[in-house]
Design a protein around this ligand. Structure first.
Ligand code: PGA
Length: 254
């Protein structure tokens, strides 16, 4: 399966800086690597249109993701951005249920589930994030916690509608901390989650990617990305540095 590397720029860069970083990343990529590895950038809403214009005029093969989407389709919801608005901007992916949305903005599983469904209806691939906190990891309840996030977040998805899905294990204790999960932790959790998802009616091995996120860097990328169960990475901090991000991409053994 083609691996995927997603750069989550979070709340960083204005649209001019975002264009510069896109161009630097594109310039540093090995020739035609996008045919073998899916490369996705997830900028702020304010940069999406600018990046999309550069991508389409320069015919780049880099794809775009949003960092969030509204659970609503339209109407009196000040500050929200809908899936259909994103689709018009030729967005292919959207991150949903990131732990920063869950913990800082109180997003709950039921809301995340609506967002996943809205994205699928708009033909945008959800990058569905899940993962436990230090507390659940320490008290040993993390697998039950994760199972619940998966069951609630991916509830009711229909086989005839799900064309692609990215499922991202992002342990909260590993995000932005420099403390990367061990290879054993990553394999254990992804194995566990794959087993749960393989029983769902929408499951199809060819369309679901299982990825890891949390302090991925050029130093640890090779060992993580070449695990057979890992189909890619969601990269935060290191994706703001073109050289580091491209080094992560180059760590994938082709
Ligand atoms: P990080 O962030 O790579 O900076 O740990 C990952 C993420 O939040 O997706």
């Amino acid at each position: 399966m083609k691996k995927i590397i997603i750069g989550n720029w979070k709340l960083n860069l204005d649209h001019l800086e975002a264009i510069q970083l896109l161009q630097k990343i594109n310039y540093s990529l090995p020739k035609n690597i996008e045919d073998k590895i899916e490369i996705v950038l997830s900028p702020s809403f304010t940069s999406i249109r600018s990046l999309q214009t550069v991508i389409s005029s320069d015919k780049l093969k880099i794809k775009l993701s949003s960092q969030n989407v509204s659970q609503f389709a339209s109407g009196a919801y000040t500050g929200e951005v809908s899936a259909s608005q994103l689709k018009k901007l030729e967005i292919d992916y959207a991150i949903v249920g990131h732990s920063e949305r869950r913990t800082l903005f109180n997003e709950v599983d039921s809301e995340i589930n609506i967002k996943v469904n809205k994205l699928i209806d708009s033909d945008i691939v959800p990058i569905f994030c899940f993962g436990e906190s230090t507390e659940e990891r320490k008290n040993g309840s993390y697998l039950t916690f994760i199972e619940n996030q998966i069951n609630e977040g991916l509830k009711g998805l229909r086989k005839d509608k799900v064309k692609k899905l990215i499922v991202a294990y992002e342990p909260i204790w590993a995000i932005g901390t420099g403390e990367v999960a061990s290879l054993e932790d990553i394999v254990d959790v992804l194995d566990y989650v794959k087993n749960i998802i393989s029983k769902k009616p929408f499951f199809n091995n060819d369309i679901i990617k299982f990825i890891y996120g949390g302090s991925v860097s050029p130093d640890n990328a090779k060992s993580i990305l070449n695990l057979s169960i890992v189909d890619g990475a969601l990269v935060g901090g290191a994706s703001l540095d073109a050289i580091k991000f491209v080094d992560i991409i180059k760590a994938v053994e082709l």
